[in-house]
Design a protein around this ligand. Sequence first.
Ligand SMILES: Nc1nc2c(c(=O)[nH]1)N[C@@H](CN(C=O)c1ccc(C(=O)N[C@@H](CCC(=O)O)C(=O)O)cc1)CN2
Ligand SMILES: NCC(=O)N[C@@H]1O[C@H](COP(=O)([O-])[O-])[C@@H](O)[C@H]1O
Length: 350
Amino acid sequence: MPRSFPSRTRIRLRSAGAVDRAAARTRRAARRRRVLGALTGPGRHRSGRAPRSLPRCGFPRCRPGVPATGPRGRRATTDRASWSGQADPGRTDQAGTELRRPPAASSATSGRRDREEAVPSPRPSAGEPSPTDRADEAGSADPADRAAPATEPVPIVVLASGSGTLLQALLDADGPRPYRIVAVGSDKSACQALDRAAAAGIDTFTVRVADHPDRAAWDLALARRCADFGARLVVLAGFMKLVGPGFLDAFPAAVVNAHPSLLPAFPGMSAPADALAHGVKLTGCTVFLVDTGVDAGPIVAQRAVPVADDDDVASLHERIKVAERSLLVDVVSAMTAAPYEVSGRKVKLG
Ligand SMILES: Nc1nc2c(c(=O)[nH]1)N[C@@H](CN(C=O)c1ccc(C(=O)N[C@@H](CCC(=O)O)C(=O)O)cc1)CN2
Ligand SMILES: NCC(=O)N[C@@H]1O[C@H](COP(=O)([O-])[O-])[C@@H](O)[C@H]1O
């Protein structure tokens, strides 16, 4: 049974700049606590409570408020201590995803902890800032915030195994985009998708299952590579490996997959062939939030595509992919441009 998503969670994917600013606010709040602690005596916050330590990211190189250096010197944001300053507390996970839970929301995802290293948890942790700190973080009095552009692109990583035409559509999308592809990864050492990324001047990486002792270790290695690039959203675009809980926990409600059928019809690796074999007259494509099931996660968007009488698998798949490319660009743009809400199986875009 796939794990479900938390009910009624509002998610705002944050730009790298936003997370860096949140880290700076947290550092300032910590400094204030130290100064006030010195004034009011040992071990006391001005609220009268004992100060809490900041939470640590699960990845060993990461420390709160200290940006790690990713490949080619790019900063992978690692701060997890930045809760939203709203009445409904939200928080930023390792991937920089801000999770906001409306008051009636149930608790976060249940989690297996069968991993070789701790990975970031979407749950509130001991480092939850005080309400005072939340107010500090929410406040727009910070000149750095006021000066920051409102529309910094959200860093995304695309994972692909094949020809990479979905990736190309994300690369080619016209106009200013709310996302920036910071890296393209694959489970294969060579594939056309990696070539397309390299041609566009984008960093690439490979994480092969065969190079890891087991699938859980591969999951964590893949998550680490994506996190090192500062990904807030991971897009599976023709990625032909199932990702597991170790990966998904690092990017809660922030991994999407494109699939060439109208799910829940025809899940799996041969959807267009299965649709043809079934004799359907209408099929299509789906973009969904990936969970631990196979093509089973909450549906974000779908588009219908007709089946022609003389279609073969290649012609049908190509017609689906035309729709899929623009659907994926639309969905990734919407998810990175504005908060979206996940409520059980329902996903509402901003
Ligand atoms: N946890 C999930 N991971 C992925 C999903 C998903 O829904 N949940 N979607 C896939 C894409 N996918 C089809 O939609 C899919 C990919 C791969 C497989 C599969 O069984 N793969 C085998 C290996 C096959 C191979 O390498 O040739 C495997 O993972 O061992 C099924 C469905 C993306 N990931
Ligand atoms: N089960 C996953 C699956 O079937 N994925 C599908 O592979 C194609 C990748 O195309 P591309 O390599 O040209 O981007 C796409 O149709 C994608 O949905």
